[in-house]
Ligand binder design. Structure first.
Ligand code: NDP
Length: 324
């Protein structure tokens, strides 16, 4: 049976018909049901970012589906599996395809209670949001009167971070450049809304203590301001750069306020941590809110969706139906 897949070659990205022989010859064979749309996918599909490291490459950094055959004891036919990052769509063929073979190490079981569709409504963004929450918890930023700020709040990682933090009992300030989405963000559990411009202009290296902590998906001046406004003993989980990759800060918040600036990367997360994070996602999500913040789109729309995510116009999450 031919397999429709989105393939990047040196100078093009297009749909191609593949056969089983075009897939990697070892690993876990999966009937893919859903992938998802992440900022990085947008960069890869439009070729605006150097994401792919080997050509030809099936794009899509996420996938979820059912095992057809496996050369690993970790999985058997019929198991529901998901993969996020771990080189998928960059170094190893990814999820924008109806079938794929992936390394067993790159996969984890879909936890009980999550459908394949929900798994990809979460996808890399959900894993990253959960790793950010776990990072704050490990650094003793716990639910309290003082708010935790989430930047880029109406985006994928941002929306999920707002939902997960609110669900855990945190008071959450949602920073957004789309004030028209205030009701949406409050619906996910945000206690207040901060306008993007407020955090985007140059500010002093130490400012009034405002946040217990932060989840930053924006980077640049926004992260510098969040860091400068974090209260004594707080921590900022830095996971994105939708607004810029530079960081101009001083050591003062670190050494005068004991503030921690912590990196979060979902790309190479060890398997045990991925399993822990996915189990937390399955128990912590609010299914109704997850449905509100996500939609499912057919893979046939991937080119326009990729332009939209890079333009900052996607609200929440998009799961991709690879058969659509
Ligand atoms: P989205 O496009 O869904 O979200 C990004 C959000 O950032 C937008 O919705 C918008 O939020 C805000 N934003 C966009 N452009 C700007 C800008 N110029 N200045 C300020 N804010 C801006 O992307 P994702 O959620 O998929 O990814 C967000 C970031 O996190 C990306 O940089 C991505 O590469 C990174 N990422 C990192 C991961 C990791 O492992 N560390 C994993 C996944 C993503 P609003 O409209 O509310 O202002």
């Amino acid at each position: 049976m031919p397999i429709r897949a989105l393939v990047a070659r040196e100078n093009s990205v297009d749909f191609e018909q593949l056969s089983d022989e075009d897939l990697p010859q070892s690993g876990v064979l999966i009937d893919v049901a859903y992938s998802s749309l992440n900022y990085k996918d947008g960069l890869a599909v439009t070729r605006k970012g150097k994401i792919v490291r080997k050509f030809p490459m099936v794009l899509g950094i996420d996938l979820a589906g059912t095992v057809v055959a496996s050369d690993s004891d970790a999985f058997k036919p019929g198991d529901r599996v998901l993969g996020t990052g771990q080189g998928l769509g960059e170094l190893a063929p990814g999820g924008y395809t109806q079938r794929q073979r992936a390394r067993a190490d790159a996969l984890v079981p879909v936890p009980e209670g999550l459908t394949l569709e929900q798994a990809m409504q979460l996808g890399t963004a959900g894993l990253t949001a959960m790793l950010s929450v776990m990072t704050l918890e490990r650094n003793h930023v716990l639910p309290d009167e003082r708010e935790v700020v989430v930047t880029g709040a109406a985006g994928g990682v941002g929306s999920l971070a707002v939902m997960l933090l609110a669900r855990r009992g945190y008071r959450v300030a949602a920073s957004t450049g789309r004030p028209q989405l205030e009701d949406y963000l409050r619906g996910l559990g945000a206690t207040s809304i901060v306008r993007r411009e407020e955090l985007a202009s140059p500010g002093a290296p130490m400012q009034s203590e405002r946040w217990a902590g932060g989840v930053d998906t924006v980077g640049g001046q926004t992260l510098a301001n969040v860091f400068a406004q974090t209260a004594y003993g707080g921590a900022v989980a830095c996971c994105g750069m939708a607004g810029g990759h530079e960081l101009n800060v001083t050591v003062w918040p670190l050494i005068l306020r004991n503030v921690s600036l912590l990196g979060v990367s979902s790309l190479r997360t060890p398997k045990a941590t991925r399993i822990e994070a996915w189990s937390r996602l399955a128990s912590d999500i609010d299914a109704d809110k997850l449905a509100q913040l996500s939609r499912v789109e057919p893979l046939s729309r991937i080119f326009e969706l990729s332009e939209e995510i890079l333009a900052g116009n996607i609200r929440g999450r998009v799961a991709i139906d690879v058969n659509g």
